[in-house]
Write a protein that binds this ligand. Structure first.
Ligand code: ADP
Length: 429
């Protein structure tokens, strides 16, 4: 008994409608795999064949694999590789021409592996190449013409039309796969970078702590003749400590283990302390670092160490990027709902092109290889996260050659912060 399903072969007008429907579907279909399934069922229906499938050239370019098959063949044909050199589909692709085989038993090039895997008997087939802008992507084939008729010119045109649609779908699938691979690589690189930052900051801390500890001790007891040399060691170890602190802060922020613990604090006092701590560094570089304290205490609910780090990074930059003889003014004032802090320098300034990026991680205006200043391009990104954790905002205005102003706002009261000692709030933000 013949168990083949005999599909009604549609009338020419209906065929055109079906073709147009598939063409329209490509533009609207969100799922390309489903689209390819529709495409092969349309191909078999319109050519009056038992089944149709799409084979795609694999990465090595030597084999084809089944990308779309009827559902009852899907699992059986999943891992099957169709060799390009010894298959009719491969022949169609290599020559860029349709292949018609009314009786495959007469074809030495017919590949029997797929039939064996799917427990299927291919008697006849027509295969057309799927080509996108000259690039050979795969093959669309229909198998077993029903009612024992021959493949017609019309069948070929139908298949070529559908193959051109398949070309776009396959190309889109490839692009999606490429984007996904790039995204995975970026995620992987980001993870590696994060773990490098974590390990480096952790491992560098202990030896640096010892250098700083002993240099401080030696400064107390060493003969005055050697004091300048020891000061250089100490100053540079402090600089290294800043870099490592920034790395560690970034690592904590990225891992989400940093949280804001707020207390009632005076921004005026905080700024005074930060400015005092940088005074000797500024003097050393012959810079005037000024803070004219306001009358008001400028009270906010905030995390004092985090605001100190944020301001410290901005002041460090002002000192680094202002030439000797220059000046840096720190201004703190109250505005409705916020306290505003600005650090104004008359240093080298920032080119307008770079200004939008300076708060990005690892961004530096000058290439790391050519610049004479140290740093890792992390300071401002740390400041930004710390201010934003308070529900605040930080920005920069600058003119190249004239100077820069960095300003941040801290809300007097913020609903985004974690209140210290509240047990219901987890340690992660
Ligand atoms: P870095 O550790 O390199 O200082 P930052 O994130 O703190 O990294 O700053 C990023 C870049 O922004 C700096 O490398 C510098 O090019 C520029 N920049 C920051 N502050 C100033 C400033 N006050 N004047 C001029 N350029 C600045």
């Amino acid at each position: 008994m013949d168990s083949r399903i005999v599909l009604p072969v549609s009338e020419p007008g209906q065929r055109l409608d079906r073709l147009l429907e598939v063409i329209r579907l490509l533009g609207t279909s969100l799922n390309l795999e489903t689209f390819l399934d529709t495409l092969i069922s349309t191909a078999s229906e319109l050519t009056g064949c038992e089944v149709a499938s799409i084979l795609e050239l694999d990465e090595g370019g030597k084999q084809l694999r089944f990308t779309a098959t009827p559902w009852f063949h899907r699992d059986l044909l999943k891992g099957i590789k169709v060799p390009l050199d010894t298959s009719l589909a491969g022949f169609a692709l290599q020559n860029g021409q349709p292949v018609v085989a009314p009786d495959v038993s007469a074809e030495s090039r017919h590949f029997k592996g797929a039939d064996q895997a799917a427990r299927f008997a291919t008697r006849s087939l027509m295969a057309v190449p799927i080509i996108y802008h000259g690039e050979k992507l795969g093959v669309l084939e229909v198998v077993n013409k029903l009612e024992q008729t021959d493949y017609t010119e019309e069948d070929r045109i139908i298949l070529e039309t559908l193959a051109s649609q398949a070309a776009m779908a396959l190309q889109n699938l490839r692009l999606v796969a490429r984007v996904k691979t790039s995204q995975d690589q970026i995620t992987q690189l980001d993870r590696m970078k994060s773990s490098f930052i974590g390990i480096a900051s952790h491992e560098l801390r202990t030896p640096l702590g010892l250098i700083l500890g002993y240099s401080t001790f030696l400064r107390e007891i060493i003969q005055p003749d050697y004091r300048p040399q020891l000061d250089i060691i100490h100053r540079n170890a402090m600089r290294l400590k800043e870099i490592i602190d920034n790395l560690a802060n970034m690592d904590n922020l990225q891992r989400g283990v940093a949280s804001v613990r707020v207390h009632t604090i005076s921004i005026r006092r905080l700024v005074e302390e930060v400015v005092d701590s940088f005074q000797s560094e500024a003097n050393h570089k012959r810079l005037t670092l000024r803070f004219d304290p306001p009358q008001n205490d400028l009270i906010v609910e905030g995390d004092s160490p985090k605001i100190t780090i944020a301001l410290g990074n901005v002041v460090t930059n002002a000192i680094t990027f202002t030439n000797p003889g220059g000046h840096i003014d720190v201004v703190a004032e109250s505005i409705p709902g916020h306290v505003k802090v600005s650090v104004i320098d008359n240093g080298i300034g920032i080119p307008a092109n770079d200004l939008p990026q300076i708060f990005d991680r690892f961004y530096q205006v000058e290439s790391h290889l050519t610049r004479k200043h140290g740093g890792m391009g992390l300071g401002l990104s740390v400041s930004k996260v710390m201010i934003e954790m308070h529900g605040g905002r930080i920005w920069a205005e600058s003119m190249e050659g004239k100077g820069s102003t960095f300003t941040f706002l801290i809300p007097v009261k913020s609903d985004r912060v974690v209140l210290s000692g509240d047990p219901s709030i987890p340690d992660k933000l």
